[in-house]
Design a protein around this ligand. Structure first.
Ligand SMILES: C[S@@+](CC[C@H](N)C(=O)[O-])C[C@H]1O[C@@H](n2cnc3c(N)ncnc32)[C@H](O)[C@@H]1O
Length: 277
């Protein structure tokens, strides 16, 4: 098995596990449903991941972002470069992207509603992908396609572990079986090294966080935990959480704080596509 086959297998194993437990699959409809939550202020204060991206992108650069969602990264980047094209298959994400760009008066962006597989990538200076790679089975083909489109550089941004893997301990408690992990940056590295690409591995000083509900009651905490692993709100499932409530949450100043999730630092893999003749 080569690195790409191993990568694909990890993703297939996760899909198989979800199917066997009757959990919802991740598809366009799901991305559209959660799209409003991916709408972030393009003028917000920059963070270390955005700073690291900007460090590799100049004001004259055209940027291609794959799976750019509602523009969480694409829109702030557009304020910093010549233009950004977002290749994004989910209609809900595309609509949020367009509305947010319009209401923010950011005009140097466009979105193509397509999967990366179906899209013809326009030539760009820098091709970027943020928080998507752990959903892509054919990672080698995607990275090759980005590499061909980018005149100067490819940048892959992710977290270690990828956000869905942070619920592993809770998953095992709820479903009483081993958690199948999505691939991390280490598996992407294997794929790249196998085709002779030696990227820089950057670790900007940023940890995964996402705006979340403040959990002020035990019922909210239980429902938050069940949602995190897609579990139904049955008495049996609720009981499992309640019996482990003290291990799963700390309770400070009237607020429940989840304890099962490891911190996930940001990781960027980047390489130049300007090879000497
Ligand atoms: C976790 S969201 C990240 C969105 C955005 N990059 C961000 O960081 O806010 C994953 C995104 O990948 C997109 N995606 C999933 N499969 C894709 C594919 N085959 N081609 C392009 N994008 C895809 C989804 O529609 C979704 O918008």
């Amino acid at each position: 098995m080569n690195a790409n086959d191993r990568y694909r297998k990890l993703i297939e194993d996760v899909k198989y596990q979800k199917k066997s437990l009757n959990l919802p699959e991740i598809n366009n409809a799901l991305w559209s449903k959660v799209a409003p939550g991916y709408r972030f202020d393009p003028f917000r204060k920059s963070d270390a991941v955005l700073d690291a991206l900007k460090d590799h992108i100049t004001k004259n650069d055209t940027v291609l972002e794959i799976g750019g969602g509602a523009g969480r990264t694409a829109l702030p980047l557009a304020l910093h470069c010549k233009s950004v094209t977002n290749i994004e298959p989910s209609l809900g994400m595309c609509s949020e992207f367009i509305e947010l760009a319009n209401s923010s008066k950011i005009t140097n962006v466009n979105v193509v509603q397509s999967t990366w597989e179906d899209a013809v990538f326009p030539t760009c200076d820098v091709a970027v992908i943020v928080d998507v790679t752990y959903f892509i089975s054919e990672i080698g083909s995607l990275l090759k396609k980005m590499e061909r489109a980018a005149k100067r550089r490819v940048i892959v941004a992710t977290w270690n572990p990828p956000p869905p893997n942070r619920n592993a301990a809770l998953f095992e408690l709820v479903y009483e079986e081993g958690f199948k992990s999505l691939p991390s940056y280490l598996e992407i590295l294997d794929v790249l090294l196998e085709v002779g690409i030696q990227p820089s591995v950057l670790m900007p000083d940023e940890f995964f966080q996402w705006p979340e509900k403040i959990l002020t009651t035990r019922e909210m905490a239980v429902s938050f935990a069940l949602d995190a692993v897609g579990a139904p709100s049955t008495e049996r499932m609720k009981d499992r959480i309640i019996q482990n409530l003290k291990a799963l949450f700390s309770f400070e100043d009237g607020i429940f704080h989840p304890l099962w999730r490891p911190v996930a630092p940001a990781v960027l893999l980047t390489w130049t596509t300007e090879y000497p003749e």
